[in-house]
Design a protein around this ligand. Structure first.
Ligand code: PEP
Ligand code: MG
Length: 763
């Protein structure tokens, strides 16, 4: 596919037109004149380019007023006099909505505000475009015509391109006076509070770092076009060489991944892309600005594309532009930059493996886009105790690398460039939390028994040796789920038997006799290792993962079982299999385990004292037949993250769909209850190890359903024990029994009230 096929809108003048306009803008900005004169030249250039009767620039002033700064066509007396409030009139509406507004009958628009001093009475057509920088509106660019006419998409596109440049030069100091540039700077760099969703509790403060490095700072206009063209040429050559190298390195890739890389390469070599970059440079832009300009044009065009494939390609083009910008700045492509001592990492999306690559000591907080609480990156962040907030992809546009950021993982919000008051308030909050934590430590030896005498067992979820101290700090009874795949995700190749055994031995040693349930590697879904080829799967969460992959490719699970048997010599070994779907799969897994036991016996090695095997209940198929699966194993563990995902058919990684379906939905809870009862009939112990149990309200409900053993993240153990000791399991069961058959969306609000009224400790 070539970029050529889908050319962008460039205004009524085509490619040549925008180049001419850019050159005129360049000349206006380069004038030896006052800031006001330069601005007026610029306004004139834009007006004549789009054949408008009027072109005006309104800039945002302190107090969120929009002041007319320059005009071609309106009464000049109105400049610096006409001011509109945020949201007032059409101009105010454009600013407030962050969106262009087009109308062919401005005076009849409900938001129209009449300003006699401007003399705009006979103007009918109106096109207003916000000047946006770092996600904030800095002003509004307006074009107007006397005749009632609709501006074409192409015209809107051209004015938008100009507005982007205007916003950029307003902030860069190339257009406004020093004082006014400082006002813009304050607007861009003032304190901000953004509200998202709480995913991992806790508070962290530090400096912003972007997973995807931002474009290096640069000037917008250049004086030496030939020099810029030469820089562009060199940057492009380096970019192409690096894409070729990337392709060569991944020569083993096949299917979709290969195709994507090939497309990426095609883009890098696209001639029309190069031509458009060159033409922007010859119109007076720096090579960097040319890249931004062409990228924005492509974005505007591809955003309108109906074809999702084309829209997807926007990311490729963005990424390619980013790489080119880094080449232009001489940065080594892809080199991971040094982190601050206290880093808050921001990304629109991120996988668990990427998170594990960061230095644990420096990484203090995470701010992500559309990522849910049960996604694996969230689970890893929870295991590492890194406060995390999601739903904040926009945060990247709102701050710069190095800015101070506070992540409030309890409230689900972040503070960018916080004021001293906010910093102080959080210091006090942190102090209070450590006191609270200390109180939980004091309670760690108290038995987790409900008021009506029901014993509940609380274990820990873990995945790294680093998690093990929490076992003793929290007083948890053991590790109910050790996610062994984390070790598989960190490296660039399959871990050796020796390194697996070393990890398991260390974990068992650190457990000091408490039981540890090792879950065999659940690779697949969102936990893919770079060295594994999963083929072409559209739905990897329902694809070749967990036990399915293990029994098909024993070369992976057998060495792992070997390492587990060796590490547990002389002690009890608990092995659990993930993503069980049919009872027969347990037979297959057991057969592989038997082969390894035989092998260990033959070699004369000491065997574990006992080997207990468990099945995870993560698919509705397994939950439905829990009794049959139970007969083949020693214990069961409900993986509620996956079970809820498949019950609701709602991707666990997507915050958007996760928010729709609550595990406290009576349908899901009655499904769970049936599963618990099926296991109980066979007298097989059952635990619940989904992340949902980290929430004390949900956990209290599950106790009411008959779950008696849980495995949860370390931070939730203290509150869980306190909650258990303050409730009456029998009363909860009765309360739920009445409501489970009813069609509520969720029982959460009424159940929370019931718990509070009953004096159950939820804090
Ligand atoms: C689960 O699915 O609930 C579970 C515990 O396993 P994981 O989160 O690792 O998929
Ligand atoms: Mg799972």
């Amino acid at each position: 596919m070539s970029i050529e096929k889908t050319r962008p809108p460039h205004g009524g003048h085509g490619d040549q037109g925008i180049t001419v306009l850019l050159r005129r803008m360049h000349d206006a900005v380069a004038l030896e004149a006052s800031a006001q004169e330069r601005l007026d030249h610029l306004t004139k250039a834009i007006a004549s380019h789009v054949v408008a009767d009027v072109c005006s620039i309104y800039l945002r002033r302190p107090g969120d007023e929009l002041e007319l700064y320059s005009t071609e066509g309106l009464n000049r007396e109105a400049v610096h006099k006409t001011r509109l409030k945020w949201g007032e009139g059409l101009v105010g509406l454009v600013a407030e909505n962050h969106r262009p507004l087009v109308t062919d009958n401005a005076p009849h628009h409900p938001a129209f505000a009449y300003r006699p001093e401007t003399g705009e009475d006979p103007l009918h057509s109106f096109l207003g475009v916000p000047l946006i920088r770092s996600g904030k509106t800095l002003g509004v660019l307006v074009v107007q015509n006397k005749a009632a006419r609709q501006y074409t998409d192409e015209e809107v596109g051209a004015v938008q391109a100009v507005a982007t440049l205007l916003a950029e030069i307003s902030a860069s100091g190339e257009l406004l006076s020093r004082e006014e540039t400082a006002v813009v700077g304050e607007m861009l760099h003032g304190p901000e509070r953004l509200k998202g969703y709480p995913i991992v509790n806790g508070i962290a403060s530090g400096q912003a770092v972007f997973l995807q490095p931002p474009a290096p700072k640069h000037k917008v206009f250049a004086t030496d076009a030939a020099g810029e063209a030469a820089r562009l040429e060199e940057g492009l050559n380096n970019l192409r060489a690096s894409v070729d190298a990337m392709l060569a390195q991944n020569a083993g890739l096949s299917g979709v991944s290969r195709e994507l890389l090939e497309t990426y390469r095609l883009f890098a070599y696209d001639r029309s892309w190069k031509e458009r970059l060159r033409s922007a440079v010859f119109s007076g832009l720096t090579a960097e600005s040319a890249v931004e300009q062409v990228k924005n044009e492509n974005r505007a065009r591809l955003l309108q594309a109906r074809d999702p494939y084309l829209r997807e390609r926007m990311h490729d083009l963005d990424d390619l532009s980013h790489r080119l910008l880094r080449h232009l700045s001489g940065e080594k492509n892809g080199a991971r930059r040094a982190l601050f001592d206290r880093t808050i990492l921001l990304a629109r999306e991120m996988g668990p493996a990427e998170l594990l690559e960061y230095d644990r000591n420096a990484l203090k907080g995470l701010v992500l886009g559309d990522v849910s609480a049960t996604s694996h990156v969230a689970i890893v962040a929870r295991a590492l105790d890194i406060p995390m907030v999601t739903g904040l992809g926009e945060a990247i546009d709102r701050c710069e690398e190095g800015d101070a950021v506070i992540v409030d993982g309890d409230a689900g919000e972040i503070h960018i460039r916080p004021t001293s008051d906010v910093i102080e308030a959080y210091r006090a909050k942190r102090e209070f939390q450590s006191e609270r934590q200390a109180a939980f430590v004091k309670e760690r030896d108290l038995p987790a028994v409900t008021k009506d005498g029901v014993k509940v067992s609380i274990m820990l979820n873990a995945g790294l040796a680093l998690d093990m101290p929490h076992l003793h700090e929290t007083g948890a009874e053991g590790i109910g789920l050790f996610r062994t795949e984390l070790q598989f995700l960190i490296g660039s190749q399959l871990p050796s038997v020796g390194s697996q055994k070393a990890l398991y031995s260390e974990v068992l040693k650190l457990a000091k006799g408490k039981p540890v349930v090792f879950r065999t590697a659940d690779i697949g879904g969102d936990k893919t290792a770079s060295y594994m080829d999963h083929g072409n799967e559209v739905n990897p969460a329902m694809g070749w993962r967990g036990l399915r992959m293990a029994v098909d490719r024993p070369g992976m699970i057998r060495p792992q079982l070997r390492a587990l048997i060796a590490a547990a010599a002389g002690r009890e070994l608990y092995v659990m299999f993930p993503m069980v779907t049919l009872p027969k799969e347990i037979d297959d897994a057991r057969a592989l385990l038997d082969l390894e036991i035989e092998r260990a016996k033959r070699s004369g090695a000491e065997l574990p004292k006992a080997i207990k095997i468990g099945a995870m209940i993560e698919t509705p198929a397994a939950a439905w037949r829990a009794d049959l699966i139970a007969q083949k194993v020693d214990f069961l563990s409900v993986g509620g993250n996956d079970l809820a995902q498949f019950y609701f058919a709602a991707d666990r990684d997507s915050e958007r769909v996760q928010r729709r379906y609550d595990p406290m939905n009576p349908g899901f809870m009655s499904f769970l209850k049936t599963c618990v009862e099926k296991a109980a009939k066979t007298q097989t112990p059952l635990a619940y190890c989904g992340e949902q149990a980290a929430d004390p309200v949900t956990a209290a409900a599950f106790i009411g359903l008959g779950v008696r053993s849980f495995s949860a993240p370390a931070t939730s153990v203290g509150p869980f024990r306190r909650m258990t000791r303050s409730l009456d399991a029998g009363r909860i069961a009765a309360w739920l029994d009445e409501r489970l058959p009813q069609p509520f969306e969720t029982l959460r609000p009424q159940f929370t009230k019931f718990l509070k009224d009953s004096g159950v400790a939820l804090e």
